[in-house]
Ligand binder design. Structure first.
Ligand SMILES: [Ca+2]
Ligand SMILES: [Ca+2]
Length: 140
């Protein structure tokens, strides 16, 4: 797990798209010492994202993305958002808002390809992200 803290920069485009889906955006945890706001924020600890272990699959296989290792120290309900952040091919993620989602890989791959997917987990106020690398090996 190479998780970053809730103060890290998320993949903004995807997060904003997700905010639209859920009807509102969380606010990133303010750096400590910034108490200039008018209201006292409710104490909250950012959730921890876990995208699972990196995987190597054969072209045409279905990947199972599983972010259920993610958690929130306060026990807050968390929402999930999967997106692809790197790779020369684009995988379709049918259910980006699900903790567990299946993703098909293309069967006609000519050469080994690595794709990076990222899970962002959001509680009511903050978020965390973690990535998983999928290596897709061509069929013989
Ligand atoms: Ca990771
Ligand atoms: Ca929390």
């Amino acid at each position: 797990m190479n998780h970053r803290t809730g103060r890290s920069r998320p993949a903004l485009a995807g997060l904003l798209a997700f905010c639209f889906v859920i009807g509102g955006c969380p606010t990133a945890t303010q750096p400590t010492g910034d108490t200039s706001g008018d209201t006292t924020p409710v104490a909250n600890t950012a959730p921890t994202a876990d995208a699972g272990e990196d995987q190597t699959v054969t072209a045409g296989d279905t990947i199972v993305l599983n972010a259920t290792g993610s958690s929130d120290p306060d026990g807050d309900p968390i929402t999930y958002f999967w997106q692809q952040t790197e790779g020369t091919i684009t995988l379709e993620i049918p259910s980006p808002g699900a903790a567990i989602t299946r993703v098909d890989t293309p069967a006609d791959l000519a050469e080994m390809t690595a794709v990076t997917l990222e899970i962002t987990v959001i509680d009511s106020q903050s978020y965390d992200s973690d990535t998983i690398q999928i290596t897709i090996v061509p069929r013989d």
